[in-house]
Design a protein around this ligand. Structure first.
Ligand code: GDP
Length: 501
């Protein structure tokens, strides 16, 4: 059985959640199509998501199409939660980018496509809402080729646009216009294909399809499908495209273990549950795993996704996504076993630029609030927690206003803490502009310590972080003292003269 880890991405409201429901219905995972508008979809699990009709945390649903197991990873489209999207992208084999036939290419669509292209993730496009008034075929295609990617190929035409009876009509294999456009596009990217075509003057439709799949899997070209998630038009063709054109792989289950954690959640008893995409090898219950340097944990339980639900399993193998229990110190972004690439994890989206003060409703909750926020921040490394020691205030960083509601609801539901927020402000960073030095000598007032410590601070390139170097002889004081100095320096630099990092 081959596995495909698939993401569906879209600007908010383009219809990603509705399309997910429709796919699950078409492949037989659910018997009824849920509706975003009455809050009955499969993937929107948080109560808040149902209320707001938006997808906040990514969820995984699995289904089988012929010989391919598809792990469908639902990704949020709201810009406040772009940090979630970033993590999910790193474990995808392929993606479907949903574009509304009415609104066309939107801001977030462009951000997502740029990122997919940078990561080389094979992407199909689905132009949704062809049944809705104002839906346009040519204009949407033009928008896609101008703003998203020039190398696209529409896979069919649409009729009855803007009406409930709108249909998607896939081009037949021998369709002359389609064949000519396809040959043109494919020849652009592959000289061998061009040469073969020029030699023989014709290629079979089977060869063409094979070449289209090959170039789609290399993320060179992007097939475009049309349809409606609400009426189901075009959805079968999209499913066929997912199976035939995206790279489902037979993983190396006996190879060295390599996996990546893309989501961490807490179970009912507060225990950590890590979502791991396994690239190679097999992870088993009772395995001891190493991650992030010397951190270690023993896997106590595993569940994998199977036809819409999570089932307990003794192991999870290459290609699959598993939920792992027992890894208390695991964090999002951790690599398990061999890292997939040697380059360190990069952030593909900008870090948050806003922050707000979180104020407990009852002053006595302050301690509990700190613990709760620290826990949320640990589940989400792009959410920073900052404490202002002078004013005794807790700051969290944000992408936008909706996130406040999510944090508020999570604190109330999961921790029983009611909070309010101050006005959102922009995050500032204090930079070192010149060189400064100071020394406190042993035995001289006001130095109460058993060492002489001198520090020199120099500016580094913006964004390059903090580098700590020792210029004293290593034997000049105990090792633990060096460690303490470095820790204190790093801690101190988290808050500059004006209270910013
Ligand atoms: P998401 O934010 O991308 O997940 O989008 P949703 O699936 O929540 O859809 C946003 C709105 O568009 C909802 O009101 C849907 O009912 C509606 N919608 C989604 N797909 C279609 C479609 O194909 N046709 C029509 N007419 N409406 C759609």
């Amino acid at each position: 059985m081959r596995t495909l880890n698939l993401g569906i991405l879209a600007h908010v409201d383009a219809g990603k959640t509705t399309l997910t429901e429709r796919l699950l219905y078409a492949v037989g995972v659910i018997d009824e199509v849920g509706s975003v508008d009455d809050g009955s979809t499969q993937t929107d699990s948080l109560a808040l998501e149902r209320q707001r009709g938006i997808t906040i945390k990514s969820a995984v649903v699995s289904f089988v199409v012929d010989d391919v197991t598809v792990n469908l990873i639902d990704t949020p489209g709201h810009p406040d939660f772009i940090a979630e999207v970033e993590r999910v992208l790193s474990v995808l084999d392929g993606a479907v980018l949903v574009i509304s036939a009415v609104e066309g290419v939107q801001t977030q669509t462009r951000v997502l496509m740029r990122t997919l292209q940078r990561l080389g993730i094979p992407t199909l496009m689905f132009v949704n809402k062809i049944d809705r008034g104002g839906a346009r075929y040519d204009r949407t295609l033009r928008g896609i080729s101008e703003k998203l990617a020039p190398a696209i190929i529409p896979m069919g035409s649409a009729s009855g646009l803007g009406t409930r009876g709108a249909r998607y009509l896939p081009y037949a294999a021998g369709d002359a216009g389609f064949t000519a456009r396809l040959v043109d596009l494919l020849a652009d990217h592959d000289d061998a294909f061009l040469a073969a075509y020029l030699d023989e003057a014709t290629v079979s439709s089977c060869q063409l399809h094979g070449e289209l799949a090959a170039q789609t899997r290399r993320a060179l070209v992007h097939p475009v499908f049309f349809g409606s998630a609400v009426t189901g038009a075009g959805v079968d063709s999209l499913i066929a495209g997912i199976k035939e054109l995206l790279p489902a792989a037979e993983g190396d289950v006996d190879g060295p273990v390599s996996g990546s954690v893309f989501k961490v959640e807490r179970g009912p008893a507060g225990e950590k549950v890590a979502y791991v995409r396994v690239f190679s090898g097999t992870l088993r219950v009772r395995d001891r795993l190493q991650f992030r340097g010397d951190n270690e944990g023993k896997v106590t339980a595993i569940s994998v996704f199977d036809r819409g639900s999570a089932v307990l399993c003794a192991s999870v193998a290459a290609g699959q996504i598993g939920r792992l229990w027992g890894l208390g110190d695991i964090r999002i972004g951790d690599a398990i076993g061999l890292p997939r690439t040697t380059t360190p994890q990069r952030h593909y989206f900008a870090p948050p630029t806003l922050e707000t003060v979180v104020v407990p409703g009852r002053p006595a909750d302050k301690g509990a609030l700190h613990v709760a926020l620290a826990q949320l921040a640990e589940q989400d490394p792009l959410i920073n927690l900052r404490q202002d020691d002078v004013r005794q205030e807790l700051f969290v960083s944000l992408y936008g206003e909706v996130q406040k509601e999510v944090i508020q609801a999570t604190l109330a539901d999961d921790f029983g803490i009611e909070v309010t927020f101050r006005e959102t402000t922009t995050i500032c960073i204090e930079r070192v502009v010149g060189t400064g030095a100071a020394v406190e000598a042993l035995g001289k007032e006001p130095n109460p310590f058993l060492a002489t410590v001198g520090l020199r601070i120099e500016p580094a390139a913006a964004g390059s972080g903090v580098e700590f170097q020792i210029e004293a002889e290593l034997g000049s004081m105990p090792r633990a003292f060096f460690r303490a100095v470095e820790d204190t320096v790093r801690e101190t630099l988290r808050q500059g003269i004006y209270g910013w990092e």
